[in-house]
Design a protein around this ligand. Structure first.
Ligand code: NAD
Length: 243
C-alpha cells in the first residue's frame, strides 16, 4: 500500500487532498499544526474510508519538526511514496506596511517548509528510486498579486524550486510538479466579501470559484502512475482565470 504525506491537512484543500488519496487506497500521514480537533475529525473520515492514518503534529516551518514527521511516517508505514506540500498561510497588505516578522513568517511557512519537507522525503525516495512530490503554489506565484507581494514571492519561489528539483531528481525516477490554484473556497478566502467573490467568479472563464476537490483531483493525478512522464510542470487549476 502506498503512503502519502499531506501537510496542512486539518482543513481546506489539504483535508480534501488527504481524503482523495485515502479514497484511492493510500495510507495517509495527516500533518497539522494547531487544529488538533479538526485533524482528528478528518482522520476519522479517512479511517471510515478504510485507509490507515497517522496524525502528525508538526510546524512545517521548523526543520527539526519536519525531520521528526518524516522519520515517524517511515517508521509507521515503512515508506513514503508521495509528498504533498500543501501547508501555507496568506498575509495580505501593502508591502510598505508588512513587518519583518510577517515577511519571515510567510517565507518560512510557505517556501522554506516545502524545501525542507522535500529534502527529507527525497533522501528516502532516492534510496528507493521512486517517488512523487507535488507542491501547492498559487496563481499569484505565476502572475503576481498586488497586496500579496510576499505571498506571491513565496509561491513563485515554489515554482522555481519545483523545476530545479525535478531536474535534480529525474534520474532517480522521482517526479516533482506544482499545482497553481486560482481562487478556491476555503478559510483562506474568508477575507473576501460576497461582492469580491462574485467579481472573481465573473473574471473566471468557467464562471465560478473553485472547490478544494478541484485541486485534490489534480494533485492525485500528478501523483498517479498516469503522470509518470510529467515532471517540472506547473498545472494551473484556476477555472481559466486570466488566460
Ligand atoms: P487554509 O487556511 O484553509 O489551510 C491551510 C492549512 O495549512 C491549514 O490546515 C493550516 O493549519 C496549515 N498550516 C499553516 N501553517 C502551518 C504550519 N506552520 N505547519 C503546518 N501546517 C500549517 O487554506 P487553503 O486554501 O486550504 O490553502 C492550502 C494551500 O493552497 C496553501 O498553500 C495556499 O497558499 C494554497 N492556495 C490556496 C488558494 C485559495 O484560494 N484557497 C489559492 C491558491 C493557493
Amino acid at each position: 500500500m502506498k503512503t502519502v504525506i499531506v501537510t496542512g491537512a486539518s482543513r481546506g484543500i489539504g483535508a480534501c487532498i488527504a481524503k482523495e488519496f485515502a479514497k484511492n487506497g493510500y495510507n495517509v500521514v495527516l500533518n497539522y499544526f494547531k487544529s488538533e480537533e479538526k485533524a482528528i475529525e478528518v482522520s476519522k473520515e479517512i479511517e471510515s474510508l478504510g485507509a490507515r492514518v497517522l496524525l502528525s503534529k508538526a510546524d512545517v516551518s521548523d526543520p527539526a519538526q519536519v525531520q521528526a514527521m518524516v522519520e515517524e511516517a517511515i517508521n509507521v508505514f515503512g515508506n513514503v511514496d508521495v509528498l504533498v506540500n500543501n501547508a501555507g498561510i496568506s498575509i495580505s497588505g501593502l508591502l510598505i506596511d508588512m513587518t519583518n516578522e510577517q515577511i519571515q513568517n510567510l517565507v518560512s511557512t510557505n517556501l522554506v517548509s516545502q524545501i525542507v519537507c522535500a529534502r527529507e522525503v527525497a533522501k528516502h525516495m532516492i534510496g528507493r528510486q521512486s517517488g512523487r512530490i507535488v507542491n501547492v503554489s498559487s496563481i499569484w506565484g505565476v502572475v503576481g498579486g498586488s497586496n500579496e507581494t510576499v505571498y506571491s514571492a513565496t509561491k513563485a519561489g515554489i515554482i522555481g524550486f519545483t523545476k530545479a528539483l525535478a531536474k535534480e531528481l529525474g534520474l532517480s525516477n522521482i517526479t516533482v510538479n506544482a499545482v497553481a490554484p486560482g481562487a478556491i473556497e476555503t478559510d483562506m478566502m474568508k477575507c473576501y466579501d460576497a461582492e469580491t467573490k462574485n467579481q472573481i467568479a465573473e473574471e473566471t472563464t468557467l464562471g465560478r470559484i473553485g472547490k478544494p476537490e478541484d485541486i485534490a483531483k489534480a494533485v492525485l493525478f500528478l501523483a498517479s502512475d498516469d503522470a509518470s512522464y510529467i515532471t517540472g510542470q506547473v498545472l494551473r487549476v484556476d477555472g481559466g482565470w486570466n488566460i
